[in-house]
Ligand binder design. Structure first.
Ligand code: GTP
Ligand code: MG
Length: 176
């Protein structure tokens, strides 16, 4: 099966940690849910969207990349005016780096993520539902087979990735 590199960027990680103001208020015998946060924890939300689709997580870690490493990750954009800010931003806090596996995961993963600019992402996509501006679009996904291979090799050592067959696979793919 195909593999892709997916990362929750520092904004996605931080968004999940703040606004933990959802709770159950008890008033006599009644309990009421109060103050829904603007989003659920972004990390679990993003993982669950890929997992529920039927894709398989084969590698995950939390890292704070250096600016130099962030620049390597985004090397294709080095001539863009926003490159410096982008590299600075990606290295500004923890990133949840992941490798997801499954049929068509590179292309369909990008569909789950949505358009680069959250103002243009469809509702129902991760960026459409959870982000507002292009510079803070909370998630990264490889844009093709070559970049997927390069990005997986950049972020992970081979021994950090696992290969396994999940019990659900025959039900997801209909093969034995
Ligand atoms: P990634 O999955 O993060 O690679 O996004 P993408 O593939 O949808 O877009 P692209 O690779 O073209 O750009 C990489 C990242 O640079 C985007 O996710 C944005 O965070 C940022 N970016 C892209 N275009 C702009 C822009 O016009 N202005 C700013 N400030 N940031 C941009
Ligand atoms: Mg890209």
């Amino acid at each position: 099966f195909e593999r892709t590199f997916i990362a929750v960027k520092p904004d996605g990680v931080q968004r999940g940690l703040s606004h933990r103001n959802c709770g159950v208020m008890r008033c006599g015998n009644h309990s009421t849910t109060i103050l829904q946060p603007p989003m659920r924890d972004a990390i679990s939300e993003i993982i669950s969207r890929f997992e529920r689709k039927g894709y398989k997580l084969v590698g995950i870690k939390v890292v704070v990349p250096t600016k130099e490493f962030a620049g390597k990750h985004y090397h294709a954009l080095k001539d863009k005016p926003f490159f410096n800010g982008l590299s600075e931003f990606l290295s500004s806090g923890p990133v949840v780096a992941m490798v997801w596996e499954g049929e068509g995961v590179i292309t369909y993963g990008r569909k789950l993520i949505g358009a680069t600019d959250p103002q243009k992402s469809e509702p129902g996509t991760i960026r459409g539902d959870l982000a507002v501006v292009v510079g803070r679009n909370i998630i990264h996904g490889s844009d093709g087979p070559e970049t997927a291979k390069d990005e997986i090799n950049l972020w992970f050592k081979p021994e950090e990735l696992v290969s396994f067959t999940s019990n659900a696979e025959k039900w997801i793919y209909g093969v034995n």
